[in-house]
Design a protein around this ligand. Structure first.
Ligand code: NAD
Length: 496
């Protein structure tokens, strides 16, 4: 009998009001059933909101440095349980254990950063334009934050949202991805063990169109933070616009690495393999386009294909595995579809383009690392997010052309340039139209204490990580104290 996991609502592990469940299976071995998780509906969300409002009343009055102490303990517990959580995460998400450990580490870094922010949360005090008057601002908690997260970073991305939201004094209702619900429960166990008051955190499992939609539409949820596809973000954005909800959107990418002819090719080679095929290409910052200057194009493509063919595919729990499976059947179908589209558009399949052969891969969503060459700007495989191990290679003549190709897509998350020329590097830093640019490093590798996010269709102007996210989860209030004992009119009585 498969284990039935529960939601966490009103301070308890609770079965769904719907009495309905969905399966969670290992993407590397789909006969391995991890468990059944609640397929929740609006009634579960309603109960969670009721409880979260009570949690908010208590938590918002807890001093921020004390809230920070709880997050420090969360960091300590994540250190303690890192290995166990990483292994559970690999089992349900598929990426290799080295990467899931990195995923937990990002949560640890985010927890310790949040702890220190509890003693900052700066407001401002400024001189008033009038005598005997004090003018200042401070930050207040907002209320209940609804958090909706994707499958590819089962722990790190949720912590980017949960920890700053909690540190700022909000209560949180979290709808994790239906592909990775187990990691969510493990994280909640850690939060409770660290001493978070139980009604401050709620987890409502389920599908996006039911549980996620109900969360976004509930009037008792003041803030929505979403990471996922641009299509889902557009639906959520329309609802939040209609309801005047504060909303942070972190969405898709079509990230490019530029390699100029003066680059260290060995370095670029390591970078493109990690950026393109790490996490099986399922990162919002994955390197999905390689823009290469003419003179080094053929050599670099050859080196990439040789190495890509030797990458070891397999279950992420096996130490020798370098590339795990895709998350599910739909993801592999999408990759197969795009590899077909690319060839119909005139690209050449240089390597990959198929499921790996062999019995070991029969029951997993594996796909070989794939390189498409002869890709032209404007082709669909050059413009659209594939979210799999597919690298589209575009040949260019100059840095100007490379920058134009990089910028001419709807997304704007991450970019990278390999060059030894300092002028070219600075030109790229200035002109690449992305939220993040790496120099002599691949398009992935964000650090927790710097803001993270993208421009254009990747986001709606907010950032996660670093200090900026604390603006999103707090409301700025301004206070004037007039101790002159008389009516002083701003903008009128400014003289004397
Ligand atoms: P997805 O959009 O399918 O799902 C994300 C979450 O939204 C899930 O929890 C899902 O249940 C929920 N959801 C779906 N429909 C909903 C609806 N109508 N209302 C409310 N919630 C709904 O994304 P995914 O496949 O899990 O993740 C991959 C996508 O996430 C890629 O596009 C990737 O680029 C993006 N991503 C972006 C970042 C970033 O920071 N920019 C980070 C990681 C992933």
């Amino acid at each position: 009998m498969a284990e039935r996991f529960r939601n966490f609502i009103a301070g308890q592990w609770a079965p769904p009001a719907t009495d309905d469940y969905f399966e969670n299976r290992n993407p590397a071995e789909w006969t391995d059933l991890i468990g059944l998780f609640p397929r929740s509906g609006p009634e579960d969300v309603r109960r969670a909101v009721e409880s979260a409002r009570r949690g908010f009343a208590e938590w918002s009055r807890t001093p921020a440095p004390v809230r920070g102490e709880v997050l420090h303990r969360v960091g300590d517990l994540l250190v303690e349980h890192k290995d166990r959580i990483a292994r559970a995460m690999t089992r349900e998400m598929g990426k290799v254990v080295l990467e899931t450990k990195g995923d937990v580490q990002e949560g640890i870094d985010t927890a310790y950063y949040a702890h220190t922010e509890g003693r900052r949360l700066f407001g401002r005090t400024v001189p008033s334009e009038l005598r005997n008057k004090w003018a200042m601002s401070y930050r207040r908690p907002i209320g209940v934050a609804g958090v909706i997260t994707p499958f590819n970073f089962p722990l790190a991305v949720p912590t980017w949202k949960l920890f700053p939201a909690l540190l700022c004094g909000n209560a949180v209702i979290w709808k994790p991805s239906e592909d990775v619900p187990h990691t969510a429960n493990l994280l909640v166990e850690v939060l409770l063990e660290a001493g978070l008051p139980p009604e401050v955190i709620q987890v409502v499992h389920g599908l996006g169109e039911a549980a996620g939609k109900a969360l976004v539409e509930h009037p008792g949820v003041d803030v929505i933070s979403f990471t996922g596809s641009t299509e889902t973000g557009a639906i959520i954005g329309a609802t939040c616009g209609r309801m005047h909800k504060r909303l942070s959107l972190e969405m898709g990418g079509k990230n490019a690495m530029i390699v100029l002819e003066d680059a260290d090719l060995d370095l670029a080679l390591d970078g493109v393999l990690w950026g393109g095929f790490g996490t099986t290409g399922q990162r919002c910052t994955a390197t999905s386009r390689l823009i290469v200057q003419e003179r080094v194009h053929d050599k670099l493509v050859q080196l990439i294909c040789d190495r890509a063919e030797r990458l070891r595919l397999g279950p992420g729990l096996e130490p020798s595995t370098e590339v795990g499976p895709l998350i599910n059947e739909a993801a592999r179908k999408k990759v197969e579809y795009y590899v077909g589209v690319g060839q119909e558009e005139g690209a050449t399949l240089a390597t990959g383009g198929a499921k790996p052969a062999g019995k070991a891969f029969d029951c997993g969503w594996f796909y070989r690392p794939t390189v498409l060459t002869g890709v032209k700007p404007g082709m669909r495989v050059e413009q659209e997010e594939i979210f799999g191990p597919v690298l589209s290679v575009i040949r260019v003549g100059s840095l100007d052309e490379a920058i134009r190709v990089n910028n001419d897509v709807a997304y704007g998350l991450s970019s990278s340039i390999y060059t030894r020329n300092v002028n070219a590097a600075f030109r790229a830093m200035q002109d690449l139209d992305n939220g993040i640019t790496y120099v002599n490093a691949p398009t992935i590798g964000a650090e927790a204490h710097l803001p993270f996010g993208g421009v254009k269709q990747t986001g709606n102007g907010h950032r996660e990580g670093g200090w900026e996210v604390y603006d999103f989860y707090s409301e700025t209030k301004v206070v004037y104290v007039d101790y002159s004992g008389k009516l002083q009119r701003a903008q009128i009585d400014t003289e004397g």
